[in-house]
Design a protein around this ligand. Structure first.
Ligand code: TXA
Ligand code: MG
Length: 334
């Protein structure tokens, strides 16, 4: 049977909370991307998440909470830096990796001694977690490897016959995943850049390291897999300055080969590409982030066989956009 897309009424939120209590999995909106949630303390329900997503078992899940005391119950000890960051960014798009309490199942953390926790700011998500009465383990609600879902329709297209309910909260406000910050060791380390920028974090706790994206042993297990990828090959112009010329040349080549190319670009840059096909990404980099996954999915739906993405500067949310595009393009850097 196909998943029901539900209006986020109090009644439907209660229905989904009941499903979580019964050991089921449901999809729900957050301010970053849609999540696929289950009771953190129910190992069979956690198995089901991995099965539904087709996710490798060694990639741990983020545990979503609706209150600060739930974080305390999930962790051994709460470092001062975690408290300072929680005061500033929770609820919000910051995930903290902390030493885990014994009762957090190994399946959730993929056997690690740490647990990733996040309090989303989306009201529907908070109500669902609260009603469920337990922390909710949730990865992004897509099939592993595809662009993360930023609308109920995206979730439906990936998981339609695998889950009973999708709570429909419209389009996710931010559009890319939370920042993952590891506070379990000596030095704070950003494992995944995201909506809360490195600069924002440094402003609260001082210096932080940023994990290398791909080389060596991945610090965040999720970093070693190809992610967020559309079906069509994606080419990413990593050099922000003077990139339009090389993009045009690459586009014209792809066009000559019958690849029906398209360029993802800032709306203000559209005229620079003349008559070439573009998907406008808005007027600022927050808008670019907000539209990114939907644009990758829509380029596939429109049968483009070459997708070219404009680069962005590496400050603020730009760092997270670059990270996602690099992982999605599989080394196709212009
Ligand atoms: O915005 C988000 O974070 C979304 C929404 C649904 O909250 N969730 C999300 O989950 O992006 P997922 O599973 O797609 O990505 C979780 C990332 C992975 O890279 C995973 O390896 C990392 O967090 N992670 C989870 N637990 C960890 C841990 N204990 N230590 C290190 N990395 C961890
Ligand atoms: Mg994901």
């Amino acid at each position: 049977m196909n998943a029901k897309i539900l209006k986020p009424s109090a009644q439907n939120i209660a229905l989904c909370a009941e499903e979580i209590q019964k050991g089921g999995v449901v999809a729900f909106p957050t301010e970053t991307v849609y999540g696929l949630g289950a009771n953190v303390y129910d190992p069979l329900a956690i198995d089901r998440i991995f099965e539904v997503k087709g996710r490798p078992a060694d990639n741990p899940l983020i545990v979503h909470v609706s209150s600060f005391w739930q974080i305390k119950n999930l962790t051994h000890s709460l470092p001062e830096k975690a408290v300072a960051l929680a005061e500033k960014f929770m609820p919000g798009a910051l995930t903290l990796v902390l030493n885990k309490a014994e009762n957090v199942p190994d399946k959730v953390t993929a056997g690690l001694s740490t647990v990733a926790v996040r309090m989303p700011s989306n009201k529907i998500a908070l109500q669902l977690i609260e009603k469920s009465g337990v922390p909710v383990a949730a990865p992004s609600a897509n099939r592993s490897g595809t662009p993360s879902p930023t609308s109920a329709k995206h979730v439906f297209s990936d998981l339609k016959n695998k889950i009973p309910y999708i709570l429909n909260g419209g389009q996710c406000r931010i559009g890319i995943e939370s920042t993952v910050l590891d506070l379990s060791g000596e030095k704070p380390l950003i494992l995944r850049t995201g909506a809360v920028s490195c600069e924002d974090i440094v402003g609260v706790i001082g210096a932080v390291g940023v994990a290398a994206g791909s080389s060596g042993a991945p610090a965040s297990p999720g970093m070693k897999y190809r992610h967020y990828a559309p079906k069509a090959p994606l080419y990413f112009s990593a050099y922000y300055n003077a990139m339009q010329q090389s993009i045009c040349a690459f586009y014209d080549d792809a066009q000559a080969q019958g690849k029906n190319p398209v360029i993802l670009c800032l709306t203000t840059n559209q005229p620079l590409y003349g008559a070439r096909q573009t998907i406008p990404m808005g007027d600022c980099f927050n808008a670019y982030a907000h539209k990114l996954y939907a644009a990758l999915r829509s380029a596939d739906a429109q049968k483009h066989q070459t997708i070219i993405a404009e680069g962005v500067p590496s400050e603020g949310v730009g760092a997270a956009i670059i990270d996602r595009l690099i992982k999605a393009c599989g080394g196709n850097i212009l």
